[in-house]
Design a protein around this ligand. Structure first.
Ligand code: SIN
Ligand code: FE2
Length: 214
């Protein structure tokens, strides 16, 4: 039998819905470099707790790498080529990040994906991310690729309407979720992070979401 990409995953992929797939352990080979890459990024563009247009301070701390960064403040959500904290461009997207994101997109059936933005979320125990859609990108034919690192989290994956039923999936270090096509605008979020200590990243969960903005 011909070998496929999926033969190299430590666990079987899980279809979440049409166009959405969980690829367990697909990003595990980032492991050795991830702390130093994150240190380089946050030295240039530190994690910060952004303010929503409604005036709430988010419990998840964020930074970005790549050509564009997702930001929120009292004026709304947007992608900005400049970090408003430093007035400098965001740090470049590391080649290994890009490789993982494109590899996962290809495996999930999105061979054209060329991300130009990577939002980096840092969850400390107690942080959570409410149900939302990712809809600040220009073209929804491109998927979202999400890489989970550090402490495990309970990921909520819902429907196209906020009130639709939500399923929960545990995302562990190295897991990748890709959602696109008919699932591109599904609501999703993350339950309150539980305490714990991860051998590579300590007391935190890091999530990278790759997007094609323009
Ligand atoms: C996001 O929706 O931007 C992040 C999802 C996650 O942290 O798993
Ligand atoms: Fe999101």
């Amino acid at each position: 039998m011909q070998e496929t990409f999926f033969d190299h995953l430590p666990k079987e992929p899980v279809t979440l819905s049409e166009g959405a797939i969980l690829l367990p352990g697909m990003a595990l080979n980032l492991d050795a470099n991830i702390p130093s890459l994150l240190n380089l990024i946050q030295a240039a563009s530190p994690f910060r707790n952004m303010i929503t247009p409604g005036g709430h301070t988010m419990s998840v701390a964020m930074t970005n790498c790549g050509k564009f960064g997702w930001v929120t403040d009292k004026t709304g959500y947007r992608y900005d080529p400049v970090d408003p904290l430093t007035n400098q461009p965001w740090p470049a997207m590391p080649a290994s990040f890009l490789e993982i994101a494109i590899g996962a997109a290809v495996a999930a059936g999105y061979p054209e994906f060329q991300p130009d933005a990577c939002l980096i979320n840092r969850y400390l125990p107690g942080s959570k991310l409410s149900l939302h859609q990712d809809r600040n990108e220009a073209d929804f034919t491109h998927p979202i690729v999400s890489v989970s690192l550090g402490l495990p989290a309970s990921f909520l994956f819902g429907g196209l309407k906020r009130k639709d039923a939500v399923k929960k999936y545990t995302l562990e270090h190295g897991d990748v979720v890709v959602w696109g096509g008919p699932s591109r605008l599904r609501f999703h979020g993350v339950n309150t992070l539980k305490m714990g200590e991860h051998p590579v990243l300590g007391e935190q969960r890091i999530n990278l979401t790759f997007r094609k903005v323009v």
